[in-house]
Design a protein around this ligand. Structure first.
Ligand code: GSH
Length: 241
């Protein structure tokens, strides 16, 4: 296997955190933990992505999409041992936690940003790398697309009260999973921490003040956990706490 860095294609950094996309943040942290060298290419539109979603990687001429599949691919090809020693039931619990994060909390976060209280700040932040003249068109286009995705996924069919009540329950569950740390499985950081941290920084380390960010910040352990990992692996983004 060559030592050539992989190309990591991800969104530009916004909101003062390593990445406002939980999937991009998860993957970049994982690459650091696995000690795999990478070069970042920033992309805003996923047109050239193999699955039309960001992040994706280019590894020796091969395009690979989906953060979980990328991690599986690199774990095999680079013989990464990050999760060695975890029991079958710990790995099963991690798989369920990823589903909680990526199939539920992610969509509640999207709702909060695009349909809920986050929109003014999000619309100002996310489109800055596009020429000013195109920004209003892109904002309207992206908002329409995200609204459609939220409807198709299902979260967009609920009332705001129901979305936030579900989010609050899901965040309670996440807080119980994270516990007192320092990491999900105790003293050693593992793959699951990448997914948990990748989502939490969008809730606890941004200046957005929305129902979802407020709900996350009621859990001191989640705030402390996310801050700790950011300080350790992305010190340039550490907050004064
Ligand atoms: N399952 C994918 C999800 C990636 C994803 O949903 N990316 C979003 C941004 S956070 C995206 O590219 N959205 C653009 C689109 O849907 O057109 C992964 O784990 O990488």
């Amino acid at each position: 296997m060559s030592d050539e860095p992989i190309k990591l294609v991800q969104f530009p950094r916004h909101l003062g955190i390593p990445n406002a996309s939980p999937f991009c943040a998860k993957l970049e942290l994982w690459l650091k933990l696995a000690d795999i060298s990478y070069e970042i290419e920033e992309q805003v539109m996923p047109n050239s992505a193999p699955k039309k979603k960001i992040p994706w990687i280019m590894d020796q001429g091969q395009k690979i999409g989906d953060s979980t599949l990328i991690i599986e691919h690199l774990t095999k090809t680079r013989d990464v041992k990050l999760d060695d020693g975890l029991s079958a039931s710990e790995l099963a619990a991690d798989q369920a936690t990823v589903a909680l994060l990526e199939e539920r909390i992610y969509w509640q976060l999207v709702y909060d940003r695009w349909e809920g209280g986050g929109w003014p700040e999000i619309s100002a932040a996310f489109f800055t790398s596009i020429p000013a003249i195109l920004q209003p068109i892109m904002r309207a286009f992206a908002k329409r697309m995200v609204k459609k995705q939220l409807w198709q996924q299902g979260t967009g069919r609920h009332s705001a009260d129901d979305v936030y009540a579900m989010a609050s329950r899901d965040l309670n569950a996440l807080a119980a999973i994270v516990g007192d740390g320092p990491y999900v499985h105790g003293d050693k950081i593992r793959t699951i921490d990448c997914a948990v941290w990748g989502t939490l920084i969008s809730l606890t380390q941004v200046s957005l003040d929305t129902p979802m960010t407020r709900a996350a910040r009621t859990h001191d352990n989640l705030v402390v956990y996310a801050d700790r990992i950011t300080r350790e692996y992305f010190p340039d983004f550490a907050r004064d706490t």
